[in-house]
Design a protein around this ligand. Sequence first.
Ligand code: 5GP
Ligand code: ZN
Length: 111
Amino acid sequence: MPEPECIFCKIAQHQIPVKAVHEDDHSICFPDIDAQAPTHLLLIPKEHYPNAAAAPADVLGHLLKQAATLGEGLLPQGYRVVVNTGDDGGQTVHHLHLHILGGRPMHWPPG
Ligand code: 5GP
Ligand code: ZN
C-alpha cells in the first residue's frame, strides 16, 4: 500500500511526473532531482518499503539486477550503486531506493 506522504510512492503512482528511463510492473527508474554525478538515477520499487531490511529478497534481487542492467547499458565505463540507509547512512527518503551514479570517476572512500 502506498504511504500517503511518501514522495516516492507518489512518483511510483504517477502522481508526480518524472522522466522515467525504465519502468516495469515492480519498479521505476528516473533522474535524481539533485544530481551528484553527470548521470544520477534513482531506482525504486513501486511497493513502499522503508529500507532494504524491510523488503523481501526477491524484490532486492530484482532491483539490483535491474540496476546492473541499466548501469551496463547507460554507463559502460562504470557506475556505482548506493543504498543509503538510516541517519548515519544519509537516507533522507524513507522509501527504498538505489542510487545509480556514473559519468565521472567515483571517489573512494565515499564522503
Ligand atoms: P537518500 O538521501 O534518501 O539516499 O536519497 C534521496 C534522493 O532523492 C536524494 O538524492 C534527493 O535528491 C532525491 N529526491 C528527493 N525528492 C525528489 C523528487 O521529488 N524527485 C526526484 N527525482 N528526486 C528526489
Ligand atoms: Zn513510499
